[in-house]
Ligand binder design. Sequence first.
Ligand code: IPE
Ligand code: IPE
Ligand code: MG
Length: 247
Amino acid sequence: MEQIESQLIKEHLPNHLAIIMDGNGRWAKSHGYERVFGHKKGTESVIETVENVGKLGIQYLTLYAFSTENWNRPKREIDTLMNLLISSLKKELKTLQKNSIKLIAIGCLEQLPKKALRQLSEVIEQTKQNENLTLALALSYGAREEIVRATKAIALKVKNNIISIEDIDQSTINNHLYTQNLPDVDLLIRTSGELRISNFLLWQSAYAEFYFTDVLWPDFRKEHLVKALLDYQKRERRFGKISEQLI
Ligand code: IPE
Ligand code: IPE
Ligand code: MG
């Protein structure tokens, strides 16, 4: 493990890493448990990954924890997920403080149960001065909903003569997204073997590098993270240019 970690080039880590944490249900099933146990097990991977990412010196980490589409799951599963969110926030506040991690949340947060929203707001408030890593939890998040919301907010400003149509550019859109304070995604990891984006950070991932692994989220350990980062470091990000222009 240490040997592969030492291959990482510190100056060439992604500034913003995003992860679609998928496969909790399948992990549980394959171990003979109910789906909800997979979510519980998955929280261990969350804590471990957050700490590892912070220690590596990455600045921004966004974790897809609950999508707008996930509201269509059975109520029992949704309740378990919300209760897990509340208990993890309570339990891990000290981990966030110890590692100087600032928590923020992106998504349609008003849809969350009041108790979850209260606990979330409390941890956000208590960690707002932390400077090591910014951890964005995507909760009740959907990129299409985010874009609709931004469009409405911009349209309202045009209507009220706060901005003119000619003023609208890419930064206007960016500044009206949930992620307005986050940089573009550099590396997007999805676990569990699914090869799709599932309505996550569509705008922000326009030039992200994608990394897919068959590892199920509850099995995701530091070695898998380092492997993804090493793979990222081998890529040439051309942003439309040609290789010779990059030097
Ligand atoms: C990801 O695991 C967690 C959430 C979407 C909340 P899943 O629950 O989607 O697990 P699979 O994909 O069914 O295995
Ligand atoms: C995406 O996973 C959402 C999260 C990981 C929170 P899903 O399991 O909900 O996505 P689909 O349904 O397989 O696309
Ligand atoms: Mg899934």
